[in-house]
Design a protein. Structure first.
Length: 401
């Protein structure tokens, strides 16, 4: 038998086992030429793996030579990549998913050998796990002690959450591909169910008028006017500065966002680049802001030395920023008096929906709302009311008749 050429690779049978071991020299991601091992149940299977590695090496694609586990890599990725390149709120969300889901489920797997089947099996398990006792929905494995009611609550993760978990893993592995730690992103090969986007409840025009009337005596009346009439997000409202409001020209610049991140209130940029926008102020908003400015001036005088000047439009009674979660102290009593069960964010939804119902072109609504893509405007928010559907079908019936 002719002697193998240098670098051609070798295949031997593992002693005492029904397994074949192949070795071949290739360039690794560390920049060194190393002898890499592959295994298979048949000689042909090992030969195919060796040939694939050699073809990859000939194309200049290095072979990963790291044995780092997923837990170690994900920790590195959060600190070196996400924290340095993404916004603090994004890092906080990614860190939560990694800590709660990715590391417990995939942390012991090796980054280099992670397979699409591993990801798919794990995602199915995550999606079907009981979020109360974590024992799954199998009736034979219910744990009565997990719920105060004495039976498993069978509460599963939402499709949206499963998609978010998959997205974080996909982003992490894509970063590993860019750093040449792995050759391909196996998370991209795994499909997850599309989430059901809930458009929220929203208000009709009469309900919106009633809400504004009920809020007229509230010190945050102008905030509710802005939320309903202009569709600003909660963080955009609480991060709004008077310097961004021009009451003479009737314009407003949405450029900042107030959020609590890692236990601290941070005033940062808007949610996306598209969220940075300049909007005209309609008359009802101008009137509300002028009245609010006068009210704030009175509160500044009443607070005296206790007043902290932040330049924010909506503040506490001593000038400090309003805790986003504390907005409910004003919102909940107001909605309860009206017999409503809306989230505060549904005021934004109401604005977008009413604009679309009025026939405003979707691309204009997108600019007002600051959506990153018109698909968000149409898919998440745009749903015709029953009256609008009845009107549309009635028009078609008249044509057909």
């Amino acid at each position: 038998m002719a002697k193998r050429a240098n670098g051609e690779g070798s295949i031997t049978r593992v002693k005492g086992r029904d397994l074949f071991h192949g070795r071949v020299y290739v360039t690794t991601t560390s920049g060194q030429i190393k002898r890499v091992s592959v295994y298979g149940k048949t000689r042909d299977e090992v030969r195919e793996k060796i040939t694939a590695l050699q073809a990859q090496d000939n194309q200049g694609i290095p072979t990963p030579d790291t044995n780092v586990k997923m837990a170690e890599y994900l920790t590195y990725w959060l600190e070196a990549v996400v924290r340095e390149n993404r916004r603090p709120k994004t890092h906080q969300g990614y860190e939560s998913v990694v800590r709660v889901h990715l590391i417990p489920g995939l942390g012991t797997k090796k980054l280099r050998t992670l397979r699409a089947a591993d990801v798919r099996t794990w995602l199915v398990r995550v999606a079907n796990a009981c979020q109360c006792c974590k024992s799954g929905r199998d009736a034979a494995r219910l744990k009565p002690e997990c719920c105060a009611a004495g039976e498993c609550c069978e509460t599963k993760l939402s499709r949206r959450m499963v998609q978010s978990i998959h997205a974080v893993l996909r982003n992490a592995l894509e970063s590993a591909v860019r750093e040449e730690l792995i050759v391909r992103n196996v998370a991209k090969l795994v499909q997850v169910p599309s989430p059901d986007y809930s458009a929220g409840q929203g208000l009709s025009v009469p309900q919106a008028r009633l809400l504004l009337k009920a809020a007229s005596a509230d010190r945050l009346h102008a905030l509710y006017v802005l939320a309903l009439a202009m569709g600003l997000r909660r963080g955009e409202l609480l991060g709004l500065h008077w310097a961004a409001v021009d009451l003479e020209r009737g314009t407003l610049i949405v450029s900042s966002n107030l959020q609590r991140v890692d236990g601290a209130l941070l005033l940062g940029p808007t949610k996306t680049a598209s969220s940075l926008r300049t909007l005209p102020l309609p008359a009802v908003v101008l009137d509300a802001l002028r009245a609010h400015r006068e009210r704030q001036a009175q509160e500044r005088v009443a607070a005296g030395e206790r007043w902290t000047e932040t330049g924010l439009v909506f503040t506490s009674r001593v000038g400090t920023p309003i805790e986003p979660d504390n907005l409910r102290r004003s919102w909940y009593p107001l909605r309860d008096r009206l017999g409503l069960s809306l989230r505060f964010h549904d005021l934004r939804h109401t604005c977008v929906t009413l604009l679309l119902d009025l026939g405003v072109p979707p691309h204009i609504v997108r600019q007002i709302a600051g959506h990153s893509d018109i698909g968000v405007t149409m898919k998440v928010y745009a749903h015709a009311s029953l009256d609008e559907q009845r009107k549309a079908l009635g028009s078609l019936s008249e044509k057909l008749a």
